[in-house]
Design a protein around this ligand. Sequence first.
Ligand code: FE
Length: 231
Amino acid sequence: MSDHTGIREQRQPGGSTRKSKAPAKTVFPMKAGAPIALPELPYAMDALAPTISRETMGYHYGKHHKSYVDKLNGLIAKTPYAEMTLEKIIEATARDAAKIAIFNNAAQAWNHWFFWLSMSPNGGGKPGGRLARKIEEDFGDFESFANELKQAAVGQFGSGWAWVVLDKGKLKVTKTANADTPIAHGMTPLLAVDVWEHAYYLDFQNRRADYVDAVIEHLLDWEFAQQNMPA
Ligand code: FE
């Protein structure tokens, strides 16, 4: 089935939509070389509803994310960046004011893909295993950690991102403005929450705090976060 954005619904054999079972997620880094692809979502367009509706996904993934990828491909065509992975392009342009357009589009392409992977239709709840132990060690308990993540997401002034990262081995919550990304600052991202208005305005209007609560409560994929922790 195609919706108005032209994005095809992912269907499993037998015709059911992939709503209940979490499929395996693509592991970084992405393949090097232009054109940089818009990766296929690991779940159906309506799988994150009602927190993130099919309509929001249509615009956010189908228009916004796609537009960053398309603009990046236009900017890097026939340049040395066309031979690099997305991560390398970000690293190579992060501190070069003349390359800000390439950086912005590359970082947004990366941030969005990481954000889609940071959520699952079976997400939410609390993490277990190594991540749970790390949260206890660095935040005391899950509630304090989740509260700090919420404050970062709600407190980011204007467009940007809230992140769970490892910074020199310490678990931290941080935020970045606009396209900025922890991978340009030597940190290891574990999870991302997009707090640009385009991420929530159709579903929550101006209520960013309600959107963030719902993402933390129902969608964050703690298994993906743990998978991003170095062994
Ligand atoms: Fe976004």
